[in-house]
Each structure stands twice: as C-alpha cells, then as structure tokens.
Design a protein. Structure first.
Length: 219
C-alpha cells in the first residue's frame, strides 16, 4: 500500500471508529488495496478482496457511515495486513524486564517463542533480554534498569532506530519513563526512538509485538 493508504487503513481499523472519513478517500483506499473495485449505480461501491465481496453505500454528506466502517473492518480481517519490507527494531518494556527484538519484515511468518531465536531463524530475531535487578534500590527507581537497557541497545543494535512498546495496563507509564530517561541521560539513544506505543505484554506474542511496532511506525 501507499503511505496515504496506510493512513486510511489505520483510521478504518483504529479506535474509535472514524465518523469523518471522506467517501473519495475511502474509494482511493480500496482502489489501492482491493483485488477488484467497481462503482455501481446509486452511489454504491462494490469491493472484492481475498475472495470476499462487500457493497458500500455513499451517504448524502459525502462521508463513510459507521455501518460501512464495520463492514470494511470485517472485509479487511479476512486478509492479513501487509508486513512491509526490511527490518524493524522494537523494545518491549515493563517494570521487570525489557526485550529487544529485530524483526525481519520480509519473512512470511513470525516466531512467537519467548526465548532467544537462533541467528539463522530470520523470522524474528530476539536479540536480548535485560532483567531488572532489585535489592537496596528504591522499588520505583528504575534509572539503573533503564541505563542497562540503553547500553544493551548501544551494544546489540548500534545506530538503529527503534519503537518502544509499554505494557498498556497499569505499567503503561514505564515505557514513557524509559524514553524520558533516555532523553535525560542517553541523548544518542533517545534520538533513535521513532515511536512510543502500548500493548498488553503479558499476553502478547512476538507476532503481536511486531504488529504493534509496525502500526506505531505508520501513524
């Protein structure tokens, strides 16, 4: 998809559902994404995608109805979102540990194992896990932990830009705190942060983490 179509995709599938998506933008999106698009009489748009067909109807105000947004979501759910190309670095972090991933976007599948993936497996290369060590340190003093993650990024992925993914429920602020620590003490690493997003890491697979990182980069 083009960059414009990527943004439209994010709006259609995002939350809350958009109420101001223009009909012309909707048509352009399907022309870029669908297998077949046909504008029928009566302001109807017929779309075929991955063997499925849906008909959308233009509203009088020139915008896409909420009902058609829901139909579009169901149609898109039948086809996986394109993964993209190249590599994508991501840091999934909560208050206990950080995992650094280097995803190969050209691979057809993603390994969802929690342990380190072998170097020859290019589906998802789990570069490193940094554990938080507690003891005499203050329970909420994460500075040393954040510093260790920053050093790991310097040594394992020098000069690479990356996405930071937080827990998203209760510990969501940890990711933001990490980025703030980078800005305060590790400016060289902070400059490489391309996006900050949230995900329930307690239930997330490697594939979920990759998808969240890609979505954050596209926004």
């Amino acid at each position: 998809m083009t960059t414009h179509a990527d943004k439209t995709y994010a709006r259609i599938t995002g939350s809350p559902a958009p109420r101001d998506l223009e009909w012309t933008e909707f048509i352009s999106f399907w022309q870029d994404r669908a297998d077949q698009v046909e504008q029928e009489t009566g302001d109807r748009l017929a779309v075929k995608l991955n063997g499925h067909r849906e008909v959308f109807r233009r509203q009088h105000d020139g915008r896409v109805s909420i009902e058609d947004i829901e139909r579009a979501r169901h149609l898109l759910a039948a086809t996986p979102e394109p993964k993209g190309h190249g590599d994508l670095l991501a840091v999934a972090i909560d208050a206990e540990h950080a995992r650094i991933f280097d995803f190969d976007l050209d691979a057809r599948t993603v390994s969802d194992t929690e342990h380190t993936v072998a170097d020859e497996d290019r589906h998802a290369h789990h570069l490193r896990t940094v554990e938080r060590h507690t003891g005499h340190d203050d329970e909420r003093d994460l500075s040393h932990f954040f510093d260790a993650v920053a050093e790991a990024l310097r040594s394992t992925a020098p000069e690479r830009s990356f996405v930071v993914i937080g827990h998203g429920s209760g510990k969501a602020d940890v990711a933001a705190e990490f980025v703030e620590r980078l800005r305060a003490a590790h400016a060289d690493v902070a400059a490489r942060v391309t996006a900050l997003t949230e995900l329930d890491l307690s239930a997330a697979s490697d594939a979920d983490i990759e998808a969240a990182a890609q979505a954050a980069v596209r926004l």
